[in-house]
Design a protein around this ligand. Structure first.
Ligand SMILES: Cc1cc2nc3c(=O)[nH]c(=O)nc-3n(C[C@H](O)[C@H](O)[C@H](O)COP(=O)(O)OP(=O)(O)OC[C@H]3O[C@@H](n4cnc5c(N)ncnc54)[C@H](O)[C@@H]3O)c2cc1C
Length: 404
């Protein structure tokens, strides 16, 4: 098979990889994206997009057409306990126009990003193609091997292949896994009960906390948290037992749980962890998105950060191409730009996880009191802004786009 030669080989066509590919292709660079999946119906991923990510995708002309396939706006994030609202994160108080949480299936975003990438002659998409090895010379990454024999050679390889990154593993970069949440999430959808609420809620009715929000096609998405590795024990007791627990956790939907959860196939167990690669660059290689830093669902940050990574990497990669320098030192400037943002967000997510999910008598007494105090402080408002927008200094460098 003939080798492909390109400027940038992006491994992984998720939010990080396709956003970066579009930015580079628009700037006149040659880009090949290698994606193992043939469809957009990939392993389940969350679908809440924060305002910062919405703004960047809108500027790229991707958000509006993606939204046209179906999306749902949420105005508030609510933390509730026994029917009482402890925290009301009201996004309408943030500066517009993207002052909402947007529930939008990832396939809508990815389809639109890819369609726009295809408008550029220098773009190639190798779908249904898995990276199996790196091409290296003297410690420098020069390309990837796909499947058995397809080789893609590039000025720089970008690993955007998610939290179990094969590229990271092939490059011998260790990754840390932080069980910060000590929870797994059982994910299921039910049909909505008439009205379609515009709040993302974490609540406790009976038992473990539940995340709930309206998804597209008038469905409500639920995430029932349970102690890490606790599901197997539960599953051994049968579906009827699990449904009993779910009815107690979400009493308002007891009938629908009875009618619509009819087999284990209606439930998905999600492995929730955060963590990251110990280094994000090597000579000829850059990691972005979840492959560099992994995020769980708390605070809906992963897609936002992945898109911002792509926007931050875009000018640096173009400069490295112009200078014909893909050394670790050159690519390491990305780490300087992003590491602080990611560390800050990890700290915020850890606080959110503890505030929302911690159990026990002390927590249930302290949480409501603490929430009332915290919600009134400027610190809380600053935190909400940070969660919503991330680093607002990360802007698309449209002046780098090729003319005509
Ligand atoms: C349960 C759960 C819920 C979440 N909810 C939210 C949420 O509501 N909002 C939010 O912002 N974030 C959420 N996240 C996090 C978010 O999904 C990720 O942070 C985000 O998808 C990261 O984007 P990415 O492009 O870096 O990686 P990914 O989206 O994981 O994309 C990686 C791509 O690489 C491809 N790939 C993998 N290996 C190879 C290979 N060897 N060769 C070729 N291709 C390969 C995969 O098929 C995939 O398309 C959630 C995460 C979990 C686990």
């Amino acid at each position: 098979m003939t080798d492909i030669r390109t400027d940038f080989c992006v491994v992984g066509g998720g939010p990080a990889g396709l956003t970066l590919a579009l930015l580079l292709a628009r700037s006149g660079a040659r880009v090949a994206v290698v994606e193992r999946s043939r469809s957009f119906e990939r392993e389940y991923r969350g679908e809440i997009l924060q305002p910062g990510g919405q703004a960047l995708l809108a500027e790229l002309g991707v958000l509006a057409p993606a939204r046209a396939h179906g999306a749902h706006e949420h105005h508030r994030f609510l933390l509730e306990e026994n029917g009482k609202v402890l925290i009301n994160g009201d996004y309408r108080r943030l500066p517009g126009p993207f002052n909402c949480l947007l529930s939008i299936p990832q396939r809508h975003l990815l389809r639109e990003l890819l369609a726009q990438c295809h408008e550029y002659a220098g773009f190639q998409y190798l779908s249904g193609t898995k990276v199996t090895a790196l091409v290296e010379d003297g410690g420098r990454v020069q390309g990837v091997v796909c499947g058995d024999d397809q080789v893609v050679l590039a000025h720089c390889v970008i690993g955007a292949d998610g939290r179990y990154s094969k590229v990271r593993q092939l490059a011998g970069i260790p990754a840390d896994r932080v069980e910060g949440f000590r929870q797994d999430v059982l994910w299921f959808k039910l049909s909505a009960d008439g009205e379609l609420p515009s709040d993302v809620r974490v609540f406790r009715a009976g038992g473990n906390p539940v995340l709930a929000y309206t998804s597209v096609r008038d469905r409500v998405q639920f995430g029932w948290t349970l102690p890490h590795k606790g599901y197997q024990l539960l599953a051994q007791q049968g579906l009827a037992h699990i449904k009993e627990q779910l009815r107690a956790a979400v009493p308002g939907y007891a009938d629908r749980i009875d009618e619509e959860i009819t087999s284990f196939r209606d439930l998905s167990l999600l492995d929730v962890f955060s963590g990251g690669a110990r280094q994000w660059v090597r000579d000829g290689l850059l990691l972005i998105g979840d492959s560099a830093h992994t995020h769980g669902p708390i605070g809906a940050q992963g897609i936002n950060l992945a898109i911002q990574d792509a926007v931050a990497a875009h000018p640096l990669l173009l400069e490295s191409l112009r200078a014909n320098d893909s050394s670790g030192a050159m690519l390491g400037r990305f780490v300087t730009v992003r590491k602080r943002d990611i560390d800050r967000m990890n700290r915020i997510q850890a606080v959110q996880g503890k505030a929302m999910l911690s159990a026990g008598r002390v927590s249930s007494v302290v949480r409501p009191r603490l929430a009332i105090v915290v919600a009134r402080t400027p610190l809380y408002r600053a935190m909400l802004r940070q969660i919503a927008f991330g680093n607002t200094g990360i802007r698309i460098r449209t002046e780098l786009f090729a003319r005509g």
